[in-house]
Design a protein around this ligand. Structure first.
Ligand code: GUN
Length: 288
């Protein structure tokens, strides 16, 4: 069997178009242009590209976006000061602090300072808590994007065994919680694997759905995949000049029934879901 390719670029384009229409309607009715403020600290080239892509997507969908670029030597206090200014700025609806931050800055302290109503990444404990309790204000962008791909590909998630590789705060942990909730693209039985998991390959072989988010190039090999499984690759690893996922794509696509490519799979979805959250943030703050 050769797997169906799940085209994240196309699914994301549809969602972005739908968000753009909602932004136009919201603006016509409220007179408010939803505004995302992005903060980029330092010179990490990959982060610079991600932030630029997010800003371009904002402009195309009718959002206002501003970029606050700070040098790598910025102190934590100065960064916190900027975040507090953005919190207080009534013209700003969403705040995105691009990660990773330079090593001398305590990431959690910065993320804790973003006011929950503008936390469009859904990293704040209040928003994570609401999501885990099944009454989300925002949904975390990458896991929400994965769910949209499962929906768009017609994958039966309810009752399926989903194995999530990775327990990061950005992807693995929230992803697992979202898959186990009641709702669409959910109601799964979830196993979370990580660096200390025993017999990891044996567990992955039992999966109907595999979500790889560990940041290790081509870690998931064809022998770990049950024939017909759906494979979602969240990894983006730079190997020389090439971008590769966490999945050995060429081999795994011969075993899986559906698979996401890297690039062009999950990546574009993260941006589309960020736009959705920014519109939600503008709606909440306008009392709409
Ligand atoms: N760095 C890698 N992924 C993300 C993300 O989704 N949001 C932010 N803010 N930084 C990231």
């Amino acid at each position: 069997m050769t797997a169906r390719i799940i085209d994240g670029k196309a699914v994301a384009a549809d969602i972005r178009q739908q968000v753009a229409a909602e932004v136009a309607a919201f603006q016509a009715q409220s007179g408010i242009t939803p505004h995302l403020a992005a903060v980029l600290v330092g010179e990490d080239p990959a982060s610079a590209v991600y932030v630029r892509n997010k800003q371009n997507a904002c402009s195309k969908a009718g959002f206002k976006s501003t970029l606050h670029r700070l040098p790598a030597e910025t102190t934590q206090d100065d960064l916190l000061k900027l975040v507090r200014e953005l919190n207080a700025d009534r013209e700003v609806h969403g705040i995105l602090v691009q990660l990773p931050l330079p090593k001398h800055i305590h990431e959690q302290a910065v993320l804790d300072t973003v006011t929950p109503l503008k936390d469009v990444d859904c990293f704040h404990a209040e928003n994570v808590g609401l999501m885990v309790q099944g009454r989300p204000r925002f949904l975390p962008c990458t896991p929400h994007g994965v769910q949209q791909l499962l929906l768009a590909s017609g994958t039966e998630v309810a009752g399926a065994h989903a194995v999530v590789l990775g327990r990061s705060e950005i992807v693995g942990k929230p992803m697992s919680m979202m898959l186990v909730q009641r709702g669409a693209a959910a109601n799964a039985t979830v196993t979370i694997c990580h660096s200390r998991t025993r017999d990891l390959a044996q567990l992955v072989r039992q999966a109907d759905i595999v979500i790889a988010a560990i940041g290790q190039p081509k870690f998931v090999t064809a022998d770990m995949i049950k024939p017909g499984a759906v494979v979602i690759d969240v990894g983006i690893n730079r190997v020389g000049e090439e971008l590769v996922g966490d999945v050995d794509y060429e081999a795994v696509k011969e075993v899986a029934s559906a698979i996401t490519p890297v690039p062009g799979g999950v990546g574009p979805m993260t941006i589309a879901m960020l736009l959705k959250n920014t519109l939600t943030a503008a709606r909440i703050q306008s009392g709409n």
